[in-house]
Write a protein that binds this ligand. Structure first.
Ligand SMILES: NC(=O)c1ccc[n+]([C@@H]2O[C@H](COP(=O)([O-])OP(=O)(O)OC[C@H]3O[C@@H](n4cnc5c(N)ncnc54)[C@H](O)[C@@H]3O)[C@@H](O)[C@H]2O)c1
Length: 341
């Protein structure tokens, strides 16, 4: 089996590449190394069935070259991370819309099976008890760049669905909720590596807003087998499947767990969203997945606990040479913070 992983030098992509090689695939990665890095692929760089192509999904010729001859394509390349999206909304819109359509077009032409990595962000501010795949999308103003990622990924899904219904493209969509684990970077606003990095340095853990907002974190080690299960299952074609964590936790409790697991003496500081991301930032109080469809179709059952996740991230950060990856820069650091225990 020949597999292409776009964005394979990134956090999730690099774990997927390792798993595909272990299962016997020939694996090509297409990545522009904008947020990914060659060091993420250190374990597989010299593998005889692996090749890395440094290039962009925005170039249709490049995409054609790497998709040709592949049986399946895992499309993970994207501009990701709240901080990155707010700082550079155009990258999000261009990469995540034009780049994805390039991948869809070429897969339709070559007959490759495609998995599209989408996101729970598409549900926006819908705080329903359990978000299922047909739940409504509740997005803020188009003039708030914070929502451009959700808008772009929503368009990706609509494109994918149309390629499936109009041309019969074998495409499946996964909506990832907060996926965490080793190699994820904090500097683009990802909360777990940010807080773990702060705990390891003995810095205050900066929790945005009241900290009462909740999320369901899942380990990349639970997600990767599900990605392969979805692309290999014909019953998932033309569908979207939630892939999220099993346990809801507030960010304040997450910070407390991180302090406990890392043995840190750090305190927790509450930082207003405006300080972190600039004026008018909107966030959702909770985001809880209904994983029933993924469970029924591919047996998805996330098992890794928050403590295990934190331990894995801490070990990964401690072995990282470039520590600038650890923590994001805030828009106005140290303004209006509240210290709590
Ligand atoms: N990590 C999460 O919690 C999460 C949640 C929801 C969805 N996702 C989705 O999962 C996928 C992987 O995300 P990740 O967390 O591993 O992020 P990541 O930033 O580590 O990976 C994205 C990869 O895409 C590459 N890339 C960006 N623009 C590109 C371009 N124009 N051409 C080629 N490569 C390009 C980057 O260099 C990087 O290696 C993304 O599609 C993302 O939207 C992730």
């Amino acid at each position: 089996m020949k597999s292409l992983v776009t964005g394979g030098a990134g956090f999730i992509g690099s774990h997927l590449v390792e798993e595909l090689l272990a299962r016997g695939d020939d694996v090509t990665v297409l990545d522009d190394l904008s947020t990914g890095s060659v060091s993420n692929l250190a374990a597989v760089r010299d593998h005889p069935r692996f090749q890395l192509v440094v290039g962009t999904i925005l170039d249709p010729t490049v995409v054609h070259g790497v998709v040709s001859g592949c049986d399946r394509v895992f499309h993970l390349a994207a501009a990701v991370g709240v901080k990155l999206i707010i700082d550079d909304p155009l990258a999000s819109l261009r990469t995540n819309i034009h780049g994805t359509e390039n991948v869809l077009m070429v897969c339709e032409e070559t007959g490759a099976t495609l998995l599209l990595a989408s996101t729970s962000e598409i549900y926006g501010k819908n705080e329903a008890d359990r978000l299922h795949e047909d739940s409504d999308r509740v997005l803020g103003s188009t003039l708030k760049s914070r929502w451009s990622y959700a808008s772009a990924k929503g368009i990706d899904e609509a494109f994918a669905h149309a390629y499936w219904s109009q041309f019969g493209l074998a495409v499946s969509i996964v909506r990832l909720f907060n996926t965490v684990g080793p190699r994820q970077k904090g500097r683009y606003g990802m909360v777990v590596p940010n807080l773990v990095g702060q705990a390891l340095r003995g810095d205050p853990l900066t929790v945005f807003g009241t900290g009462e907002q909740t999320r369901c974190f899942s380990s990349v080690h639970d997600i990767v087998p599900a990605l392969i299960g979805v692309i290999d299952n014909d019953a998932t074609r033309g569908q979207a499947l939630n892939l999220g964590g099993a346990h809801e936790i507030s960010i304040l409790d997450l910070a407390r767990a991180i302090i406990r697991v890392t043995g840190s003496s750090s305190e927790i500081q509450l930082v207003p969203y405006d300080t972190a991301y600039g004026d008018g930032y909107e966030d959702m109080r909770r985001r809880v997945p209904d994983n029933t469809r993924a469970h029924d179709l591919v047996g998805f059952a996330p098992r890794t606990s928050i403590d295990e996740i934190v331990r894995g991230v801490a070990e990964s950060l401690q072995s990282t040479v470039d520590r600038s990856d650890w923590t994001m820069q805030q828009a106005r650091p140290h303004a209006s913070t509240t210290v709590i225990v």
